[in-house]
Design a protein around this ligand. Structure first.
Ligand SMILES: Cc1cc2nc3c(=O)[nH]c(=O)nc-3n(C[C@H](O)[C@H](O)[C@H](O)COP(=O)(O)OP(=O)(O)OC[C@H]3O[C@@H](n4cnc5c(N)ncnc54)[C@H](O)[C@@H]3O)c2cc1C
Length: 601
């Protein structure tokens, strides 16, 4: 059964207690004056309201949306029953505008609040999350690269959610390798362009939720250089708007089909044809990838949050079932004497699965909050050094958040199916939907393999390792400061060992990769996992110390802090050892991976 209650207590912990903690190190980029008006009480109140929207409006539409899916009739795509009403409510409640700049009608909230809200929406209804999610991503590219005229006209309408957005990259013959894309544009005398070509897999490409849709389309100018150096970005509305913003004539964008997919059924994934559609250049000619990356980087962090959202929903649904389902007796003595059997939550193997999911979720939430702090500092810090540090940290962690969170989210969804046994495989249980829905997050916005290549190929060597230092520095400072901790010294030693393995691997990859790029590529996925494991270990060690201090000071919330300690200990006992496996795999190099001739496969 799909049950979900927003984990508000843990969210409050990571937002208010974990970072910028004076005792355990300044890793939160300091206080930001621009966000001081958002007091802890205000932040908590917003999160509580967001929880209501997720639980009461979006969750009830999750399974019905999965069953009904989207439909295409006479070129019109319809979202499942209830989606339009839910979207209107969402838009009118100002939820589309949370993180956007107030100059465009946004609320300018701290990113942590935005990301926690995204997590709740994704837990409740992943398909729904894509409609406002892509729009927000689109606004970031327009804000950074479009002309003032385009910004003034489009941003307020998109930020409010009156109009939605898409990103149109993929074509039938190219997904990862966008250098091959063929969509063409022809410049017009009035400064606009005519865009023609076919795009596939376009999320929210057509739907009935908004009166207009703003497509951001990658295409080639005439005589553009071959490959990615010849790609430009264009803004193409579904309807050409009149001066007052009301929809004018259709703009030659048609839906050839909607995709029939493994999951995410209530999200309309469309094949779109652009036929002499009028568009406007965003950014400079042939620099479209630069502008699109602005959107993609925003979206990559958000896709990571999708993984966390599904992981949390899967965990809660599994806990619910593990307490209800009676099978077998506890090995340590009967726990439910009045019943025919004990609930399966008594069994160590079921506990293993539940604790794994719990630790993944809490670890990812903490790391996500750290990255959110950096996103805020990037925007609002007044000290250029802090700003630079934040930018470096975001650049480094974006592929980690995207790939780690979605891998773990999918693993959690799989574990939830396992906790339900055969019933988990049956649609009525609701948890198989999580496994199907979560799967795509490992693929879109650049597959997780591509994220790992981005980490080792671009982020690791950038500016002689400067991005790495934004992460390594606070971790090593923390280790130095807490090594002798009476209670958690061993935890810190384990963190130090994993961190050492990460540093050693960094050197190995840099060295081997210089001579043979295939060596770096062969190590990439394990390296990304190792970095994610170390980052979560750091967050958990610190969480454990904060929890210990709170318990020592007689907190009224002892149950929460005791659970935090137990989860942190489980992470160190049962999950961090994966770091050794990743380290050994990296050390082994590409040899056996590349040994077979292609013909032998
Ligand atoms: C439901 C859904 C929604 C989507 N939404 C959108 C959207 O809104 N807009 C949009 O433009 N696209 C969208 N996509 C497309 C998505 O982003 C692509 O599917 C994805 O980027 C992968 O491209 P591909 O499918 O062509 O796979 P390919 O590029 O063919 O890759 C196949 C495999 O090869 C690997 N691979 C490829 N090149 C390399 C390399 N150089 N090194 C190592 N491994 C490599 C990949 O990691 C992958 O495992 C969506 C897709 C789906 C299914």
């Amino acid at each position: 059964m799909q049950v979900y209650e927003a984990p508000l207590r843990d969210m409050r912990f990571v937002i208010h207690e974990l970072f910028n903690n004076e005792k355990y190190g300044q890793d939160g980029f300091g206080k930001l004056e621009a966000l001081e008006e958002f007091s802890p009480d205000l932040v908590d109140a917003i999160l509580e309201e967001a929880a209501k929207v997720a639980q009461e409006v979006l969750l009830p539409l999750n399974r019905s949306g999965d069953i009904e899916g989207c439909t295409l009739e006479n070129g019109v795509v319809r979202t499942p029953k209830g989606f339009k009403e839910a979207y209107d409510m969402f838009r009118e409640g100002g939820w589309c505008a949370l993180a956007s700049d107030p100059q465009w009608g946004g609320q300018g909230l701290p990113e942590a609040v935005n990301k926690m809200t995204e997590e709740m929406i994704c837990s409740a209804n992943l398909s729904f999350s894509l409609y406002p999610g892509l729009t927000h991503g689109g606004t970031t590219a327009i804000e950074a690269y479009a002309s003032d005229e385009l910004k003034q006209f489009y941003l307020p309408r998109m930020v409010s959610g009156d109009w939605s957005g898409t990103m149109c990259l993929t074509e039938p013959h190219c997904g990862t390798d966008l250098g091959m894309l063929r969509t063409k544009v022809v410049p017009q005398d009035d400064g606009s362009y005519k865009v023609s070509g076919a795009k596939i897999f376009i999320s929210a490409g057509e739907h009935d939720l908004t009166e207009n849709i703003v497509h951001l389309v990658l295409a080639r100018l005439p005589d553009a250089p071959a490959g990615v150096k010849g790609i430009s970005l264009f803004l193409v509305p579904k309807y050409l708007p009149k001066d007052d913003g009301t929809p004018g004539p259709a703009n030659g964008v048609s839906v050839a089909a909607i995709e029939h997919k493994m999951g995410l059924k209530a999200s309309a994934t469309c094949q779109l044809n652009f036929d002499d559609s009028i568009g406007w250049l965003v950014g400079r000619p042939n620099k479209g990838m630069e502008a699109m990356f602005k959107m993609m980087n925003t979206e990559r962090v958000s896709v990571g949050i999708q993984g966390l959202g599904i992981g949390e929903a899967a965990y809660q649904s599994a806990v619910y079932y593990a307490k209800e389902r009676l099978q077998g007796r506890s090995l340590s003595g009967v726990k439910n004497p009045s019943g025919p059997a004990d609930p399966i939550i008594v069994h160590p193997d079921v506990r293993r699965m539940l604790m794994t999911m719990r630790a993944y979720n809490e670890g990812c939430r903490a790391l996500g909050a750290w990255v959110s702090r950096a996103l805020d500092a990037e925007k609002h810090a007044t000290d250029p050094e802090v700003k630079q540090g934040a930018e470096d940290f975001i650049a480094l962690m974006t592929p980690v958040v995207k790939a780690l969170f979605t891998d773990l989210g999918h693993e959690s969804a799989n574990l939830a199916v396992q906790v339900y046994g055969g019933h988990g495989y049956i649609a009525e249980s609701g948890v198989e939907q999580y496994a199907r829905d979560a799967r795509i997050a490992m693929i879109y916005e650049g597959t997780n393999g591509i994220q790992a290549l981005d980490l080792v190929g671009r982020k690791m060597p950038a500016h002689m390792g400067r991005y790495l230092r934004s992460f390594f520095h606070p971790v090593s400072q923390f280790i130095e400061a807490t090594k002798g901790d009476a209670q958690f010294g061993r935890m810190v030693e384990a963190l130090e060992k994993a961190f050492g393995a990460l540093q050693l691997s960094t050197g190995t990859i840099a060295q081997k990769g210089m001579k043979d790029p295939e060596e770096a590529a062969a190590a990439a996925t394990d390296y990304l996992r190792l970095m994610g494991l170390v980052a979560m270990a750091y967050c958990f060690a610190k969480s454990a110390m904060i929890a210990r201090d709170e318990l020592g000071s007689g907190t009224e919330d002892a149950a929460f802090y005791k659970a935090k300690l137990a989860t942190a200990q489980f992470y160190f006992d049962r999950i961090l050892p994966q770091a050794t496996a990743a380290f050994l795999a990296i050390k082994a190099g590409k040899g056996s991976m590349m040994a077979l001739d292609e013909a032998a496969f």
